[in-house]
Design a protein around this ligand. Sequence first.
Ligand code: CA
Length: 359
Amino acid sequence: MKLSVGAQSDVGRVRERNEDALLLHDPLYAVADGMGGHRAGEIAARTAVDTLRGEPLGDGAHALAERVRQANRAVLDTAAGDRALEGMGTTLTAVLLAGDELRIAHVGDSRAYLLRGDAFTQITEDHTLVQRMVRQGRLTPAEAEVHPQRSILTQALGVDPAIEVDELSVPVLPGDRVLLCTDGLTGMLSQEEIEGTLRETPDPQAAADALVAAAVDAGGIDNVTVLVIDLLDDSGGRPALPPAPEEADEAEEAEEAEPEGETGDEPDDTASVERVARPARAPARPRRWRRAVVAAAAVALLVTGAVAAKALYVDRQWYVGESNGMVAIFRGLPAEPLGLDLSTLVEETGLPAAEVERL
Ligand code: CA
């Protein structure tokens, strides 16, 4: 199989710097979304993709994930050598075409999607707090998608030497289209809007350009980076993308129902795949703006803790509080923003809290 690839990245309308990075190194492709003060985010993302490119990858099924672990060490080492880079991190979602399978290694909340036939499926799982809560049944997928705390990561490169890299292998066919993107795309556009643009735009570069332009038009509150990877047969032939099914009324209903969240009876993957793709159009805009405003409010909320939303790794936050009248150590965040409990009791000290208060 051959690949035809389109790529685009934009700083957006709000950020001063583009802290995303992308890698085009046939047959290896990746996106990274850096975070950290000053230039640190850019350096983290760049270090990750440079390490990924490195020497040629071995044939082993785990070679790509091992390279991502190496990238994690490289980000940690770079940060250790410069105080200004302390606390930097990055997401990394990488794909490698090996024969007729696509190997994927993934950490963070950048995403890989597969468009095949009628289906448009997210193939990576976000390493975010809200995704963890979906798995625990505490949020529905629809609630997680618009949750103001959805950018809080549970894993990123540059945080912990013992990183857990998700590894996936997807058999691919000529005609498949793979999307890699940072959350600057998925935070601004619905999955239906993204799918609609991918179906309407056969040329991968034009599709990447159109997606980035749409995310910027929708507010561009974050850096946005997109890779569109088309799988072609050995002669370079491109089977036509199937049009979306024509069930506009049903799509309209699904759209209207979305803000209240789905019933939770069915996984959102199924629901979104069944939903009809449609071109981006005017009625979708107010919802996107609302999303942007909610995200901005979340940033404001978290900045009160003197931490940028993306730089917040919940599992690495500790604080001292009170439990059963005793001083206790918690892991997580003391606040319960919007009713979300972000902490776990780790240890009660046996030291009465009332005595400490008197000190
Ligand atoms: Ca981002």
